[in-house]
Ligand binder design. Structure first.
Ligand code: C2E
Ligand code: CA
Ligand code: CA
Ligand code: CA
Length: 279
């Protein structure tokens, strides 16, 4: 048993070394990705559930690596966050989103909002409020066309600067959404402390809705709470008609998921039937 344990350990550490190497390789490549023009923003449609009309999109980052192909965010966002590279990359995503929002809203009969994911590092490492103001000015994007998605864990950091920045964003007219709502430490006190106006119900609850009694009741509870607190509600990960019907019946406002469209390059989004219906 002892021998096997040692062999197991040796195997384990070899695997760790391989992982560390791969991580180091990705980090080096990621440092060059932005300037090499390898980063791409995909857009996933967000719809009004009552009318199933387009209301906007979520900006989701992709990395088009020359030999690895299209790298999904779960492979590199963590590295970008740990190394601080997310500060520069996140700023780049933000600027793309502002440009795109301007472009779409020039041609659309109704306002289209773009949601951008923000990491906690972005609040720590630079003056995010000044950066956002600059980008809005430079691109001619209205703050009403932007939404920022943050996680519950960011609000638990108890960092005064975060609260100040969020207040400034709301004062400018930018929406603030809690992403993956229900998966973090749901102390809920932060809904009072911070200027949140949107909740995004995590995909895992939507996935199990009508299949698992607890998830069904949880989603109903979140919808009721959002209504009484006058928060906008977005359900993510809607894949089928059963989930859609449930959310429509209980009055969830907005939805996102493969049922309406996967994240796609900007050009595909602009040619999508949901988008064409906005002209
Ligand atoms: P997220 O913010 O929770 O984004 C939603 C994820 O769910 C996306 O994965 C999207 O492709 C996926 N999704 C949407 N609808 C469906 C569906 O119907 N079924 C299923 N199975 N999945 C669906 P993606 O694009 O791989 O992004 C993963 C995560 O990476 C994001 O999770 C977000 O946390 C992070 N991320 C992506 N782009 C950025 C960025 O620009 N900045 C930061 N800080 N994080 C980002
Ligand atoms: Ca998100
Ligand atoms: Ca999410
Ligand atoms: Ca997520």
């Amino acid at each position: 048993a002892k021998g096997r344990g040692r062999a197991g350990f040796r195997f384990y550490s070899a695997e760790l070394t391989a992982q560390a190497k791969q991580r180091g390789m990705l980090e080096t490549a990621l440092r060059r990705a932005e300037s090499a023009g390898e980063l791409v923003v995909f857009y996933q449609p967000k719809i009004d559930l009552a009318s199933t009309r387009l209301v906007g999109a979520e900006a989701l980052l992709r990395w088009q690596h020359p030999s690895l192909g299209l790298v999904q965010p779960d492979k590199f966002i963590g590295i970008a966050e740990d190394t601080g590279l997310i500060v520069g990359i996140g700023a780049w995503v933000l600027k793309q989103a502002c440009r795109t929002a301007r472009r779409w809203n020039e041609n659309s009969s109704q306002a289209l909002k773009i949601a951008v994911n923000l990491s906690s590092r972005q609040f720590r490492d630079n003056d995010l409020v000044a950066l956002v103001s600059d980008y809005l000015q430079a691109t001619g994007c209205s703050p009403a066309w932007l939404e920022f998605e943050i996680t519950e864990s960011l609000l638990l950091e108890d960092n005064e600067a975060i609260g100040i920045a969020l207040k400034a964003f709301r004062a400018m007219g930018i929406s603030i959404a809690i992403d993956d709502f229900g998966t973090g430490y749901s102390s809920l006190a932060y809904l009072k402390r911070f200027p949140i106006n949107v909740l995004k119900i995590d995909r895992s609850f939507i996935n199990d809705v009508m299949l698992d009694r607890d998830s069904t009741e949880l989603v109903k509870g979140i919808i009721t709470m959002a209504h009484s607190l006058r928060l906008e509600l977005v359900a993510e990960g809607i894949e089928n008609a059963v989930q859609e019907q449930f959310l429509q019946d209980f009055g969830c406002h907005f939805g996102q998921g493969y049922r309406y469209g996967k994240p796609m390059p900007q050009a595909s989004f602009e040619a999508h039937p949901l988008m064409l219906a906005c002209r």
